[in-house]
Design a protein around this ligand. Structure first.
Ligand SMILES: [Zn+2]
Length: 124
């Protein structure tokens, strides 16, 4: 390995470190808030901190998210106006998401929370 290659390898390593420091941290900050992702169908293995919205444009029919309590259960919410109960989902410009009204699981962990601007507010 000549000095030029060595310099190049060193440079790449520095850049990788820098990129991780910058993007790694902002990614970490992002994952603590819920963001919305449009899908055709709700995924079988959804990521945490993502509200999956199934639908096209203004026509949405379902939202899915992993329960924020940590029980890893998948919560599916109806967004269709003709079916009750129904929730309204708002996709904000900064990528975060709000759900109305609150989500109250009748089974399992029985979590009751409000998702507003990507943040969970627990109802006790
Ligand atoms: Zn739960």
């Amino acid at each position: 390995m000549n000095w030029l290659t060595a310099l190049f390898v060193w440079l790449v390593r520095q850049l990788t470190f820098l990129a991780n420091a910058i993007f790694g941290r902002s990614l970490e900050r992002k994952t603590r808030t819920f963001r919305s992702v449009r899908v055709e169908d709700l995924p079988d293995q959804p990521d945490s901190f993502v509200v999956y919205i199934a639908g096209e444009g203004p026509n949405v029919w379902a939202a899915g998210l992993v329960c924020p309590c940590g029980c890893k259960e998948i919560i599916e919410l109806n967004l269709m106006t003709q079916v009750r109960p129904r929730w309204r989902v708002t996709e904000h410009k900064n990528g975060t998401v709000s759900l109305e009204p609150s989500v109250w699981r009748r089974s399992g962990c029985r979590s009751h929370f409000i998702l507003r601007d990507g943040l969970i507010h627990w109802c006790r």
